[in-house]
Ligand binder design. Sequence first.
Ligand SMILES: [Zn+2]
Ligand SMILES: [Zn+2]
Length: 328
Amino acid sequence: MPGAETPRDPSSATPDAPASSDPSRPVHARADVDRAGSRRDRSWPPVPDALPLPVVDNHCHLDFADGDVELSVDDHVQRARAAGIDAMITIGSNREAAFWTAELVARDDRLRGGVAVHPNEAALHARGHDHEGRPLIPLDEAIAEIDRLVRGPGMVVVGETGLDVFRTSRRDEAAHAAQVSSFRAHIALAKELGLPLQIHDRDAHREVLEVLDADGAPERTVFHCFSGDAEFARACVDRGFYLSFAGTVTFKNALGLRDALGEVGLGRVMVETDAPFLTPSPYRGRPNSSYLIPLTMAQIAESTASGLEEACAAVRATTLEVYGWPAA
Ligand SMILES: [Zn+2]
Ligand SMILES: [Zn+2]
């Protein structure tokens, strides 16, 4: 989750466990304005041609609404299937979303889930209140809730956790320390449960590797929305980590990401949307959904000098290897 969020119902964000909400409808909304303050085009891009073989979106946020027309979870799943994306892993990256996600994946077999205290949320829990001044539970209690939720039905991954020094400055020492200790707690949890770990790494490549090297990474460690260059990709793959590419790889200025794919090839690569964020070109800024994965898969195939069918088969096999799902 890279973007700003607006809670749909601010009054519900209390320190009590969030009230259960209808898991077929999103609980957050992506901001209508981009970071520069201008209004986005909120129309849904068209559904692209279907992929020749099905792949899995291994990181999206179904709890976030976007678009001029609201899509239900079922709408997202149906559109994705029409485009050759037959399954999705949805990630709950704040407290309300974690409860929501646990409820959704427990009852919808087309989906699987992951939960964690997102690094930027870890900083807020440590401070004791959110951006609007509403109180938050202490970080250790938030992590204890994740420990419980991730053991529930339909959960396949601990994440997203890691370090974000883009939104949370390193100079804020208490906030940064909270990110590091939260990251370490999630590494330990993934190892204890034998689950994969999804890493959120924003401008913190070297330090993320340092923490993983020091603590010992879980056997299956995934860099979600991989954002490094060829050298960093090599350092990750040499450690046995997996790289998940999002729509960012299609952006005009993303030469480093395409080089990274050229460097490591298809072996440890997966695909994701991080929807509703990071919409691939040529629809950057518009709402994102799993059905737009074919645009990103086309770039993955091109940058690894492989055919689209070969790329889809490799990504699917890697997804099964990491999450044990979905079986053929
Ligand atoms: Zn993220
Ligand atoms: Zn995310």
